[in-house]
Design a protein. Structure first.
Length: 185
């Protein structure tokens, strides 16, 4: 039996608007709509009621990390689902950052060596953490407060920078430790 999503209670998140237009300083494209919608190359997942946005360049390990986190949380008997792979739409709704997957690839994720595979998914999640997969040289050894938070679409969200190319299992452990330490999950 499929786990019931906590996001069924969030009817307000089902009205994310259109595609991208101008660039924001954070590197996401913004539309001119009233709710400051944006579109970016990223993955989004739901771990319980916590949305996690995973950003990084092509081949950085976004999909692998997303799949590893979903599998680990589901193995522990908790709810986890894909929100979207590759193209994510963001909007600010009621002061919260909401992520949605692109409708054309809803419920699908590309995994190296397996191709495009179906995965349990949900339409939206409130983003509580942004994980940036970056070159190790670009990550502060001792991050300051500015490194631990990011503003997207007008919402401030916790941020964790991890080295791209590290195994998805290693990164998943670090993400879970961060979420638990921060009291987010």
């Amino acid at each position: 039996m499929r786990s019931r999503s906590p996001f069924h209670r969030l009817a307000a998140v089902n009205s994310l608007s259109g595609d991208a237009g101008a660039k924001l300083s954070s590197g996401v494209a913004a539309s001119s709509s009233h709710n400051d919608a944006a579109s970016l190359h990223a993955n989004a997942i739901a771990l319980g009621e916590t949305g996690v946005l995973i950003r990084g360049g092509s081949g950085a390990g976004k999909s692998s990390l997303a799949a590893t986190l979903i599998a680990a949380v589901r193995q522990a008997g908790r709810f986890a689902a894909l929100i979207g792979d590759d193209r994510i739409r963001l909007s600010l709704q009621n002061g919260r950052l909401v992520a949605r997957g692109h409708p054309a690839i809803r419920g699908m994720i590309e995994l190296r060596g397996q191709g495009i595979v179906p995965m349990p998914h949900e339409p939206a999640a409130i983003v509580r953490l942004v994980v940036d997969l970056l070159p190790e040289a670009d990550i502060a050894r001792y991050p300051d407060d500015n490194d631990r938070e990011i503003a997207l679409c007008g919402a401030k969200v916790s941020r964790l920078a991890l080295p791209k190319g590290r195994s998805s299992s290693d990164c998943a452990v670090l993400v879970m430790m961060y979420l638990q330490h921060a009291g987010i999950f």
